[in-house]
Design a protein around this ligand. Structure first.
Ligand SMILES: C[S@@+](CC[C@H](N)C(=O)[O-])C[C@H]1O[C@@H](n2cnc3c(N)ncnc32)[C@H](O)[C@@H]1O
Length: 256
């Protein structure tokens, strides 16, 4: 995911359906988030591909390995957008359900991948029964969900006992000198660069702020535990620019 512009890195685009918005606010009203993703849907994947310089592909490969989908397993790809993040699971022979609350993203996904069971649903009220999926995963989406903890509990609810969660999200570089450079870059260099290349420089500010405001790796791990997940662990990618968190839902009868 890598555009430093509208539609990438989980960043909504410049307009909502009620008119132009200068910048997405960090309190993320769900209808605003859905509308903004509706508007960037057509260009979303292309922009990510071009501007991430291949990093997003590497991160997606790591997600695929971590989820380790097997034939006939049921996988939920939450906040799937246009379902690009769902394809590797389908290729492994699993039954993947891409779910998102932006109808615009889902429509583009359906045009491109008509065979996938794209499903409209809000992360905080998932339209699935308890204990449905062998694995649940969310890539570059959790940061956009207004109520993270409710989403983590919902993911837990719909996972079968013994099942797993994998979360891929922007995080915080672990090496202090790099973290400083990266934060400076996000907060200072990005907006001026954006002004020269983008019609929507304010969106870059939202990107920088939302990444900065996001919990760091141990804090997100703790929130997973609080939502019920056990054996929670995480792994940094690209020095912590991205982190993969995983956890398990205990099998029936095992200690929590
Ligand atoms: C940056 S996109 C990621 C798409 C895809 N997972 C990928 O990796 O390319 C973030 C997605 O999160 C979705 N989203 C945000 N909040 C949501 C919510 N509460 N319920 C469902 N989807 C949500 C947006 O509609 C958007 O499609």
């Amino acid at each position: 995911m890598g555009e430093y512009g509208p539609g990438a890195f989980g960043m909504p685009g410049p307009y909502c359906h009620n008119g132009p918005v200068t910048r997405a606010s960090l309190d993320k009203q769900p209808h605003e988030v859905a509308s903004m993703f509706d508007d960037v849907a057509e260009r979303y994947d292309l922009t990510n591909d071009v501007l991430s310089l291949g990093q997003d592909r590497r991160w997606r490969k790591e997600v695929t390995k971590a989820v380790d989908a097997r034939p006939a397993q049921k996988i939920l790809d939450l906040a799937a957008g246009t379902a690009t993040s769902s394809l590797p699971f389908a290729r492994s022979g699993a039954y993947v359900v891409p779910c998102d609350f932006s109808l615009g993203m889902l429509q583009v996904g359906k045009k491109r991948h008509p065979w996938l069971p794209l499903t409209a649903g809000d992360a905080t009220r998932l339209p699935f029964k308890d204990d449905t999926f062998d694995a649940v995963t969310i890539s570059f989406g959790l940061r956009n969900v207004q109520d993270t903890d409710t989403a983590l509990r919902e993911l837990y609810r719909v996972t079968k006992p013994g099942g797993r969660v994998v979360i891929c999200e922007f995080s915080h570089p672990t090496w202090a000198p790099f973290r400083t450079v990266y934060t400076e870059y996000l907060m200072r260099a990005l907006p001026p660069v954006a002004r020269t290349v983008s019609s929507n420089p304010d969106a870059y500010v939202y990107l920088a702020e939302s990444i900065r405001a996001w919990p760091d790796q141990p804090a997100l791990a703790e929130r997973l535990r609080k939502a019920g997940w056990s054996k929670v662990a995480y792994r940094n990618l690209s020095g912590g620019i991205v982190a993969l968190h995983r956890g398990f839902k205990d099998s029936v009868g095992s200690a929590t």
